[in-house]
Design a binder for this molecule. Structure first.
Ligand code: ATP
Ligand code: MG
Length: 399
């Protein structure tokens, strides 16, 4: 099988906010020490909604990479790159588009949602409809196993899996596959190839799952196999198809849908966001003027945390003791709303402080950021080219 790999991207359409951090970025930072990770600036995706005014994309691209670094993404552990600098993503998008039913794209919930929410933009475009398919190409081109994203992305990941399955089904029928697989079996050496045959028969004739697992483990251990032969042998165990693309899984954080200042999902387009590196006074002011339980008009009125957007922030930022203090104080009108907000303000500022410090060196010397990205683009491109060779060959374009 292919090695575990993590891939995720973000659109450079403005400064990152706390929703991006708690929804996805936090997981990026965690995963980078566990698995190979690739994180990209989705500049083509930004164009799907900002095609008529792309000026924001260039500045946001570099600012966003600084946001990532500030949040703790470590370029010595993960690969950071820009989507448009790996044009293979566009090639895979095109090739996948040939066999993607229109209905799959039209049914993606974000398609209609976004068109309604961003009603001031004309999103009845080919590019916008194809956006989840481009995402599928972004992830499948690295044969990713895991995709750390916010909750809104789950339907997109589901569709990616279907796209991958369909691709393997249509094009995994390598010419002369059986013959090539049998050749590969021989390369295992006499003892192992005998065991492989036995296990394969046990699985195919009796459905023995343990035999399948044992055979897979043996293939993982077999040092002398080429990547492509190993793939064939995996495919041959279960049938007679090659798995050219993988089926990635979404990976969520605890706050996979962080609400904004008004209680709706935090989003820069709704004007309810706090930026990752926002000025202290601005953070303080935004939280202090945040709406609270609408029933709690006077200081003496008891409130209901369940109806208050500030409570949602306590759920992310406060420990049990503070939450109990809030719950009790609010319901009994023992504390006022400004008092209740203070621990949230303190926690956000404390979270941001190390980020502001880490960002500084990159603000002072932007060439550091350019170098990180140049490196990452090279690394990513090589991986993408490997997959594209297999994809082209599978689709009969290997000439
Ligand atoms: P915005 O909604 O602010 O315009 P965006 O949707 O354009 O942002 P994306 O690049 O699509 O930004 O999102 C980047 C990642 O951040 C995705 O994984 C997305 O799921 C996640 N994300 C965005 N907003 C939130 C949120 N409020 N809570 C949790 N995750 C979020
Ligand atoms: Mg989004």
């Amino acid at each position: 099988m292919y090695p575990d790999r993590v891939v995720s991207g973000m659109r450079p359409t403005g400064a990152l906010h706390l929703g991006h951090y708690h929804g996805a970025l936090k997981n990026w930072v965690k995963l980078q020490s566990e698995l190979p990770c690739l994180f990209f600036v989705a500049d083509w995706h930004a164009l799907t909604t900002h095609y008529d005014d792309p000026s924001v994309i260039e500045t946001s691209t570099w600012e966003m990479v600084i946001d990532w670094l500030a949040a703790g993404v470590d370029p010595s552990q993960s690969t950071l790159f820009i989507q448009s600098r790996v044009p293979e993503h566009a090639e895979l998008h095109l090739l996948l588009s040939m066999a993607t039913p229109l209905g799959w794209l039209e049914r993606v919930p974000t398609y209609k949602d976004q068109q309604e929410k961003l009603a001031d933009r004309d999103l009845a475009t080919y590019g916008f409809l194809g956006y989840p398919l481009l995402q599928a190409a972004d992830v499948l081109i690295y044969r990713a196993s895991q995709v750390p994203v916010g909750e809104d992305q789950i339907p997109h990941i589901e569709m990616m899996r279907e796209i991958s399955r369909r691709f393997n089904h249509l094009y995994g029928k390598e010419k002369g596959f059986e013959e090539k697989a049998r050749e590969a079996v021989k390369k295992l050496g006499s003892k192992r190839s005998k065991l492989y045959q036995e296990l394969r028969t046990q699985f195919q004739e009796q459905g023995n799952e343990e035999a399948l697992e044992q055979a897979k483990a043996m293939l993982d251990d077999a040092q002398n196999l080429s990547m492509i032969d190993r793939e064939r042998l995996f495919g041959y165990l279960e049938g007679s198809r090659k798995l050219i693309l993988t089926e990635p899984q979404a990976l969520l954080t605890e706050a996979s849908r962080l609400p904004g200042l008004d209680g709706a999902k935090m989003s820069k387009s709704y004007g309810n966001a706090i930026a990752l590196r926002e000025d202290k006074d601005s953070v303080t002011k935004k939280v202090r003027t945040m709406p609270t339980d609408p029933q709690r008009v006077r200081r003496t009125d008891p409130g209901d945390p369940g109806k208050c957007p500030v409570w949602q922030f306590h759920r992310v930022y406060s420990d049990d003791a503070v939450r109990q203090w809030v719950d009790k104080g609010c319901r009994s009108a023992g504390i006022g709303c400004l008092e209740c907000k203070q621990p949230v303000i303190d926690a956000i500022l404390a979270e941001q402080q190390p980020m502001l410090e880490r960002a500084q060196q990159y603000i002072d010397d932007p060439s550091l950021v350019r170098a990180i990205i140049a490196d990452g683009c090279d690394t990513a491109r090589k991986l993408a080219q490997d997959t594209m060779r297999d994809v082209r060959e599978a689709m009969g374009l290997g000439y």
